[in-house]
Design a protein around this ligand. Structure first.
Ligand SMILES: [Zn+2]
Length: 132
């Protein structure tokens, strides 16, 4: 027996008031999609120049806005906008292993110095991003 990997089909289809992809199957509506498009564009406008909205489907229609390494996600529960989360996606946890604690420390500090440089660069790009 052999298995063929089938890629999920995330292309939404119109069916009456529905606008949902086979991979989702939740029964998302065209109105939900249009609301996500509208709200994503409104959030990008609210945030100012350089913010780009994104809309996607995954058991419902969702949106966020991005500028450089920063992403802002709204938290919507049962149609109510509850809060937002802002992600600064430059930073990650750093680890290093070594045969001695000193070696591990030296290596993790090297990574931290490189990350510091990256954070400064990402901040500079974020601040410098202009409307295109
Ligand atoms: Zn769907």
């Amino acid at each position: 027996m052999s298995f063929r990997k089938v890629e999920p089909d995330w292309t939404p289809r119109n069916k009456g008031s529905l606008y949902c992809s086979p991979a989702c199957g939740m029964g998302c509506t065209r109105a939900d999609y249009e609301a996500a498009l509208h709200d994503g564009a409104a959030l990008a406008k609210q945030m100012g120049p350089g913010w780009i909205p994104d809309v996607w489907e995954n058991l419902g229609w969702y949106y966020n806005v991005t500028k450089g390494v920063v992403v802002i996600h709204p938290h919507i529960f049962r149609g109510q906008l509850l809060s937002y989360t802002a992600y600064f996606n430059s930073i990650k946890q750093l680890t290093a292993q070594g045969g001695t604690p000193e070696k591990a420390l030296v290596d993790v500090l090297k990574k931290a110095k490189a990350m510091h440089k990256q954070i400064i660069q990402d901040l500079t790009v974020f601040i410098g991003v202009k409307d295109k």
